[in-house]
Design a protein around this ligand. Structure first.
Ligand SMILES: Nc1ncnc2c1ncn2[C@@H]1O[C@H](COP(=O)(O)OP(=O)(O)OP(=O)(O)O)[C@@H](O)[C@H]1O
Length: 338
């Protein structure tokens, strides 16, 4: 506001006065040094009538920057998008302003007096093809609305590429809009306007931080990494890779044990498999027995923290994972545990 004020102040132009020096016609009055009412009347009588409009135009001074501003037709100030405060009211409960001597039935029948910004807005919406057609409005405004969601997401998972979540965010947005619509008009749904409403299952991803973290990888980067690593795999690595990929593609549950001496390329193989699955949006959890070992895996964690393994393991103990929890949901959607 301060900048706006200063800008307007600077560009409003210089202050100015206009004065003229005239010869006094009435010598007697001129000799009188004390200003009296008679004196002023005489002076006014002798002077020519003052044309204020003419004087204003004559004396108007436009400084160079103001001239340039006006020639280029810039706005002195503007706000985008425009904001208009709506006087919200219940139907036929708007305030009316009228004179004390007005006839009440007349006031009530005067449609101009009873119009409010809210009614004007409804009226304008009914004439605007975009607003009266929700599908068109959605197509035009979807990207801008998604920006808001993506912005809050990026604050939640700062180290991840949330733009890769745009598809899910769009579903969440539709779901929230449908929720709002149904809370206002229970009989209506987004489906009535040609929009599909996602299931709670899809939108659950955004509420589950663990899922969010596992689904917001930079897929483009991973795709590139995978295409770099894959041709480098040696025969043994390739065998394991093919085995893992084919069992995932055939939806077959398998338990594969890979072993090898230090430095034989196990981590290299894990990285290739992880980049393949994560670049396709699948969930692959990378865990290791120790914190140090987990650091070598891309987005790896310890098995104890990921699966809530008890520290003192014996036959009677189990992992404390409930079905309808964030972790339970994550595990149900997981394609590979490595
Ligand atoms: N197919 C390959 N092509 C090129 N470099 C490879 C390949 N496989 C492994 N390497 C390289 O060999 C080195 C050791 O590999 P890696 O760290 O994967 O072994 P590791 O079996 O995980 O070792 P450790 O058990 O000690 O953790 C790394 O620098 C890795 O980049």
């Amino acid at each position: 506001m301060l900048i706006k004020y200063l800008f307007k102040y600077i560009s409003k132009g210089a202050d100015r006065v206009k004065y003229t020096i005239q010869k006094q016609v009435n010598a007697d009055v001129a000799s009188s040094s004390v200003p009296t009412a008679a004196h002023e009347r005489a002076t006014n009588h002798d002077c020519r009538p003052i044309n204020e409009v003419h004087n204003y135009l004559d004396g108007r001074y436009i400084c160079p920057h103001e001239a340039a501003w006006r020639i280029l037709d810039f706005h002195i100030h503007h706000r985008y998008p425009p904001v208009q405060v709506l006087i919200v009211h219940e139907e036929n409960m708007q305030q009316l302003v009228f004179n004390g001597d007005s006839f009440i039935p007349e006031v009530l029948s005067n449609s101009y007096a009873s119009t409010t910004t809210l009614l004007g807005w409804f009226e304008s919406n009914s004439r605007d093809p975009q607003v009266s057609n929700p599908l068109l409005l959605w197509n035009n405004a979807c990207d801008r609305m998604k920006d808001d969601y993506l912005h809050s997401l990026s604050a939640e998972v700062p180290d991840k590429a949330v733009t890769s979540m745009a598809g899910i965010v769009e579903q969440q947005l539709l779901y929230d809009l449908d929720d709002m619509l149904r809370s206002a008009v229970p009989s209506k749904s987004m489906r009535d306007f040609g929009l599909t409403v996602p299931s709670v299952d899809v939108t659950g991803v955004l509420r589950n931080r663990l899922l969010l973290e596992e689904m917001s990888y930079d897929k483009e980067r991973l795709r590139k990494q995978h295409s770099d690593l894959l041709p480098k795999l040696n025969r043994h690595q390739r065998l394991v890779y093919n085995n893992v990929v084919s069992s995932i593609e055939n939806n077959k549950q398998v338990l594969i044990f890979v072993y090898g001496h230090g430095g034989t390329g196990k981590t290299f193989l894990w990285t290739t498999i992880l980049s393949y699955l994560r670049s396709m949006g699948k969930i692959a959890l990378a865990v290791a027995a120790s914190g140090i070992a987990s650091l070598l895996l891309p987005s790896g964690t310890t098995a104890h923290s990921r699966f809530k393994l008890p520290i003192d393991l014996n036959n009677k103990k189990s992992c404390d994972i409930k079905k309808h929890t964030f972790l339970g949901d994550l595990l149900q959607r997981t394609t590979l545990i490595l």
